[in-house]
Design a binder for this molecule. Sequence first.
Ligand code: COA
Length: 259
Amino acid sequence: MSDVLLVEKLDGHIAKLTINRPDKLNALNGEVRCALLGALNDLASDDDVRVVILTGAGDKSFVAGADISEFKDARPVDQYRSMAGSNVFSAVEQFPKPVIAMINGFCLGGGCELAMGCDMRVAATTARIGQPEINLGLIPGGGGSQRLPRLVGEGWAMRLIMTGEMISGEKAAEIGLVEAAHPLEELEGAVMELAANIGMRSPMALQAAKETILAARRMPLDEGLKFERGWFSLLFSTDDMDEGVSAFLEKRKAEFKGS
Ligand code: COA
């Protein structure tokens, strides 16, 4: 395991991934991207893991963006290759289990894009979130121009991307860029509670929820409704669905085994 990414398995079917370059504010370099792709690949087939928390080491930064030192003298073709070949943003989005971004500080550029690739985002009220690429004469290259307007609408996306301004976690919650913001000292507890809530659910139902909700971005409504019906019906073949329904009828708590 690479030490730029810490992988922990916690109780409650939770895995925690911590990007570990605190001296560089957890900036995403090639090594981190590679480690993230490897860890996601391993966790995808780990039946004990039902939900993943993604965060940054230390209390200052989630991820302060792509590692700018790798931009100097980079050829366009290398940049294109590295974005297409190790697209961690899409890998997180396509990961078959829910991923929660725990935004503990600076969440900038590629950091914001990584958080947007996650399924849910919870921030410290004091986090600093933005897309500052415009300060470098760039635009977001990890999906920001596409995912940001889907989350916060065109106006806020234009403003954040065109000014590079950083907003607080509290403001981000107000505009829908994150779902919740908590004081930093309460952030981990709040995220663990959310992850534990999700981790006790049926993994097949969680995957179905993720796939159907993401499908709504690319499918017209009638296609999406058909896609949902397919998944809904398929879940009737799982032991977990049988357990969920039986538990309700027997007035007890369901124990989902993941089968
Ligand atoms: N890429 C590479 N290194 C980065 C980085 C990045 N995106 N963000 C921070 N760092 C490094 C700094 O170079 C510095 O390294 P050093 O100590 O070896 O000089 C270290 O992390 C600490 O950053 P520093 O700038 O000293 O901290 P700060 O608290 O004064 O400022 C920020 C914090 C986030 C405002 C500032 O680091 C910044 O603007 N970072 C770039 C953000 C960005 O543009 N991201 C999008 C990239 S496309």
